[in-house]
Write a protein that binds this ligand. Structure first.
Ligand code: ABF
Length: 218
C-alpha cells in the first residue's frame, strides 16, 4: 500500500466516530482530505462541520457540507485531524500545513480528538519533524533567538502566510522528551501565537494505518 492509501484507510476508519446529527470538528491536511471525501458520503447524517482551515472549508463547501462558525458553538463531540508526529502518550507535533492555531482552537472545544495517521507518524520521541511555531510577523527575529536559546534551529517558512496573517518558524533539531513542559515554555515567548505541540490537549483516539490494517488505540 502507498502512504496515501494508508492515510485514506485511517481517514475512513474515523467515520465510525462521527455521531448522528452532530456538528463535528474537521482538521486539515492530506489525510483529512480523505476524511472529508468519506464524510461527503454520509453528509445527510451530520448537521455540519467546524473547519480548521480555509483549505478544508473549501473542500467541505464543495461537497455541500454546511460550515458552522466556532463562534456559534460551545462544544463539539469530536474533532478529526491528522498529525505530523504522535508519541506513545498521544502528544503530537502538528502544523506542517500551517493551520496549527485554528486546529488547536477547534481541538480545545472538542470532547474527543480522533487522530488519523499512517504508521510513519508514530514516534518514540517528538522532534524529528520540525516544530511549527506561528508568530506575529514583527516578532519573528525575537522569537527565533529565543527558540535558538532553547536548543532549536528555527527556520522561517519562506513565502508562507497563515490563514491568520502570521509567519511560521519551523524549529529543527529538537528531541522533545517533555512535550507538555516544552509546549508551555514555547508559549511563554512573547510574539508566539501558537506552537505545534499538542501535548496538554493531545489525542484521545489514534487510528494508525499500517499495511496489515488500521489499529485503534484509545
Ligand atoms: C494537519 O495536517 C496538520 O496539523 C499536520 O501538519 C498535517 C498532517 O498532514 P498530512 O495529513 O497531510 O500528512 O493535521
Amino acid at each position: 500500500m502507498t502512504q496515501d492509501e494508508l492515510k485514506k484507510a485511517a481517514a475512513l476508519a474515523a467515520l465510525d466516530y462521527v455521531p448522528e446529527g452532530a456538528v463535528i470538528g474537521v482538521g486539515t491536511g492530506s489525510t483529512v482530505n480523505h476524511f472529508i471525501d468519506g464524510l461527503a458520503g454520509i453528509r445527510s447524517r451530520i448537521a455540519g462541520a467546524v473547519s480548521s482551515s480555509e483549505a478544508s472549508s473549501a473542500r467541505l463547501r464543495a461537497y455541500g457540507i454546511p460550515l458552522v462558525e466556532l463562534t456559534n458553538v460551545d462544544e463539539l463531540p469530536v474533532y478529526v485531524d491528522g498529525a505530523d508526529e504522535i508519541d506513545g502518550g498521544f502528544a503530537m507535533i502538528k502544523g506542517g500545513g500551517g493551520a496549527l492555531t485554528r486546529e488547536k482552537i477547534v481541538a480545545a472545544v472538542s470532547r474527543r480528538f480522533v487522530c488519523i495517521c499512517d504508521a510513519s507518524k508514530k514516534v518514540a520521541t517528538l522532534g524529528c519533524f520540525p516544530l511549527p511555531v506561528e508568530v506575529i510577523p514583527m516578532a519573528a527575529r525575537h522569537v527565533s533567538r529565543e527558540l535558538a536559546a532553547l536548543g532549536g534551529k528555527p527556520v522561517l517558512r519562506e513565502g508562507f502566510t497563515t490563514d491568520n496573517g502570521n509567519l511560521i518558524l519551523d524549529v529543527h533539531g529538537l528531541a522533545i522528551t517533555d512535550p507538555r513542559g516544552f509546549e508551555t515554555r514555547v508559549n511563554q515567548i512573547v510574539g508566539v501565537v501558537t506552537n505545534g505541540l499538542f501535548a496538554h490537549r493531545g489525542a484521545d483516539v489514534l487510528l494508525l494505518a499500517a499495511p496489515g490494517g488500521v489499529e485503534r488505540f484509545e
